[in-house]
Unconditional design. Structure first.
Length: 477
């Protein structure tokens, strides 16, 4: 730090502050910024530069509104500074102000038409706005002007995929990898794209190439494991998951996948961060994918509910409501308004668009049942308890929040070959728990709930085979 402070050149000091902030060395950056302030000439340029750096520091600390205010002040001093506009565009994007972000990015392009970074940023913001054709135009221009910048190519591939042109996106990423073979994020982006196309042999090929070139990160090994496991190559998948775990030992997503491969003892339930990562990334394709799998759970819940006398009138709680498919089939028969909860913001956004729920909350379901003391006539959990191991605790929480005569309908997955005889449940290779029927009954009894019905059904089809499960209806006496 002494060496850094020894410079009397404000430009050098400003670049040092920025380097420190970018490296996350906030504690070291703060006194340097204070020194820069003391050195400041008082000119608009000097004040605006200090404002921009303060905003960067505040944003790093998560103080986004204060960062926004600092940038507004800086831009008021230098309204035609493209760098400040780009910085505010990025900040606005972080704050989900997409319209503000696009306006700043467009201004940055107008102020300096040679600024390729501004063009690329405008493209990235346009992706967020859903303006894919314009985003592709901006990013194609940025790539043609600076072909070596792999980040521009990665963004272009994202825009192409969003526009529905997966082949173009794959080609863009392959070209980027050829130019920068050691960049692991490009390999991972390609593998993710191929996973979304469900082209598992191509994922494996891309993953093996990344491993060979020493360019696979934890996520890449996780995706390779996922593809191997999807093709029934369980022991190779386990090896790949182990590699992922070595690179990211604390990552909950990786840990859960590794547990599913049998290489780590299974946790009591899927970690919330894992669920959020999976379902945030899955939300837009979720319904299309489930339709292709012949997903039957919501319809089976409806049939089961209608086959019994109605519950007392009152509100309904949809645990892990996802995109709202359960809400959809209960909309005309529910005994009261439906509240949905889910850990995934993106899934909740899809639910909100259906306008069927009176309330939607982003929450982990056990925490919600602990903290929200409202009583419900009907609690539904469609394809959610497959993310829980033992069911006694969660059913006890459900029981405490049901009105007398209230019911809970849920499903579990069965898999004769994964749950060992005598075991209540087991984490399957598909990263979902499979339950033994006797455990479901035992957990219901532990929770003080009566089994009204328990029916074996096919839940969906995978690889041409029906996935067996139980549709369960419990009642509070
Ligand atoms: C397979 S989807 C099913 C969605 C919906 N119930 C349906 O049947 O279409 C599972 C949903 O449960 C959510 N979920 C899983 N575990 C959860 C938990 N512990 N708390 C809240 N939401 C959870 C996931 O985020 C995901 O949206």
């Amino acid at each position: 730090m002494t060496t850094l402070l020894a410079t009397a050149n404000p430009d050098t000091l400003a670049s040092r502050v920025q380097e420190m902030i970018d490296a996350g060395r906030i504690g070291a950056a703060r006194p340097l910024l204070a020194a820069l302030r003391r050195m400041g000439s008082g000119s608009d340029h000097s004040k605006a530069r200090i404002g921009g750096l303060s905003a960067r520091l505040l944003a790093r600390e998560g103080r986004l509104p204060e960062a926004g205010a600092a940038l507004d002040d800086a831009i008021a001093l230098l309204p035609e500074d493209g760098n400040l506009r780009k910085q505010r565009a990025e900040l606005r994007l972080q704050c989900d102000d997409k319209i503000g972000a696009v306006s700043d990015a467009a201004d940055a392009v107008i102020f300096d038409r040679t600024d390729v970074g501004a063009k690329a940023l405008l493209g990235i913001v346009l992706i967020e706005l859903g303006e894919y054709a314009d985003a592709i135009a901006c990013l194609t221009e940025a790539v043609s002007l600076q072909p070596q910048r792999s980040i521009f190519r990665q963004a272009l591939a994202q825009a192409q995929e969003c526009a529905g042109d997966r082949d173009a996106a794959t080609g863009t990423l392959r070209a980027a990898i050829a130019l920068a073979p050691s960049m692991a994020p490009l390999r991972t982006a390609l593998m993710l794209l191929l996973v979304r196309s469900r082209d598992f042999p191509a994922v494996i090929e891309a993953g093996e190439a990344a491993r060979h070139d020493g360019a696979a990160d934890a996520c890449g090994f996780g995706l390779l494991g996922h593809a191997l496991s999807s093709l029934g190559r369980g022991s190779e998948a386990a090896l790949s998951y182990r590699e992922a775990l070595k690179l990211a030992p604390e990552d909950p997503y990786v840990r859960h996948l590794v547990s599913a491969s049998g290489a780590l003892p299974a946790a009591e339930r899927a970690p919330t961060d894992y669920l959020r990562t999976v379902f945030d990334g899955y939300a837009e394709r979720f319904e299309l994918h489930l339709v292709s799998l012949g997903y039957r759970v919501p319809g089976l819940f409806r049939a089961e509910y209608l086959a019994h006398p109605p519950v007392p009138p009152g509100p309904v709680l949809d645990l892990g409501c996802g995109t709202g498919l359960v809400g959809l089939v209960f909309a005309d028969i529910a005994p009261g308004p439906i509240t949905g909860i889910d850990v995934s913001t993106s899934m909740l956004e899809q639910s909100a668009a259906k306008e069927l729920y009176s309330h939607l909350h982003e929450a982990e379901l056990e925490s919600f049942l602990d903290s929200n003391t409202q009583l419900w006539s009907l609690i539904l959990a469609g394809d959610v308890f497959c993310y829980f191991g033992l069911l006694g605790d969660v059913l006890t929480r459900v029981a405490l929040r049901l009105v007398p005569g209230g019911r809970c309908i849920f499903n579990v997955e069965l898999s004769a070959d994964t749950v060992q005889p005598g075991e209540p449940c087991q984490l399957g290779a598909n990263a979902r728990y499979h339950h033994a029927p006797w455990h479901v009954e035992q957990a219901a009894a532990q929770a003080g709930l009566t089994v009204r019905s328990i029916r074996r059904e096919g839940l969906r089809t995978e690889g041409g085979e029906s996935v067996p499960g139980l549709i369960v209806m419990l009642e509070r006496g």
